[in-house]
Design a protein around this ligand. Structure first.
Ligand SMILES: Cc1ncc(C[n+]2csc(CCOP(=O)(O)OP(=O)(O)O)c2C)c(N)n1
Ligand code: SF4
Length: 286
């Protein structure tokens, strides 16, 4: 019997940036020829998190802020799956901020897309960690790209803008390749304005600096990446493009994860394991 899943249409406000992330991710999955049954979307809580209802893939809504531990567990349990975490900047940088830091450090092979709109959209517009100075009485916004660059274990960091959705699709596609090749954690921040509570569309064209246009820029050089991103930030600009793409030890390698040993791929049918279960009962149950 073939089961066909029909993704629902998004329910976001007209003009919401998250539509651009949906388009870019859909294109990237198609271009990478990822079959629906080989992808798992683990989403955060927020307007952004509902993206998992709108994609042709397995989906799971994690607890608020817990996308990354859930996604890491899924990726370790079944290394044949492409695991994609997706959520908002409130979900990922506030309540989930500690997990982000440790994911840069541990480098599990999965993709994480953060839809950054500078507010908590679903709960009606409170400030998030990336809220700009105008909303926060001058408080500097958190830059997750700088944070990721400062953690020496990080291997893939990119930022795109939904207004430039084709570049965003390319960046997500490269992140998918990175995770699928078991090269580690692919972090992609998508600038995705909330038209209802924080419409920043008019600001971005003048504020974004696309570093991929600079042929001399080398994303394998962490020091150059950090100094470029910080210099742009001092000039009031935000770096966009593939910012870091390097190699490093991954969580999967360190734990010797393979399809042969993966917990989710073991045959646990009682009928096929009678002698093993009897041995466990004999040795461990009194
Ligand atoms: C433990 C917990 N705390 C608070 C909430 C309320 N809550 C739901 S979504 C959300 C934030 C949403 O903002 P963001 O992650 O930036 O996504 P957006 O809606 O902007 O896409 C909050 C605080 C919750 N669901 N669970
Ligand atoms: S409230 Fe903001 S983030 Fe949520 S759907 Fe509407 S525009 Fe998008």
């Amino acid at each position: 019997m073939t089961l066909t899943f029909k993704p629902k249409a998004p329910i976001w406000c007209a003009g919401c940036g998250h539509f651009g992330v949906h388009t870019a991710l859909t294109h990237a999955l198609k271009a990478a020829h990822v079959p629906a049954h080989e992808a798992l979307i683990i989403a955060g809580i927020g307007c952004s998190g509902s993206i998992q209802n709108n994609l042709n893939a397995y989906g799971y809504h994690a607890l608020h802020g817990r996308v990354l531990p859930t996604a890491t567990g899924a990726a370790l349990a079944n290394p044949n799956l492409l695991v994609i975490g997706a959520g908002g900047d409130g979900d990922g940088y506030a309540i989930g901020g500690g997990h982000l830091l440790h994911s840069f450090k541990r480098n599990p092979s999965l993709v994480y897309i953060v839809m950054n709109n500078g507010v908590y959209g679903l709960t009606k517009g409170q400030n998030s960690p990336t809220a700009g100075a105008a909303l926060t009485n001058g408080e500097a916004p958190l830059d997750a790209v700088q944070l990721g660059l400062s953690v020496s274990g990080s291997t893939f960091i990119a930022r795109g803008f939904v207004g430039w959705w084709d570049q965003l699709a390319t960046l997500i596609g490269e992140g998918i390749q990175h995770a699928r090749a078991h090269c580690g954690f692919a972090f992609i921040e998508a600038i995705s304005p909330c038209v209802t509570y924080n419409d920043t569309y008019p600001e971005w064209d003048g504020k974004l600096a696309d570093i991929s246009r600079d042929e001399a820029y080398d994303p394998t050089d962490r020091v150059q990446a950090m100094s470029r991103v910080m210099r742009l930030s001092e000039q009031g600009k935000l770096a966009v493009g593939k910012i870091l793409h390097t190699t490093g030890s991954t969580l999967d390698q360190r734990h010797n994860v393979s399809a042969q040993r993966a917990p989710a791929l073991q045959d646990v049918l009682p009928a096929n394991n009678v002698s093993t279960y009897e041995a466990i009962a004999r040795d461990h149950l009194v």
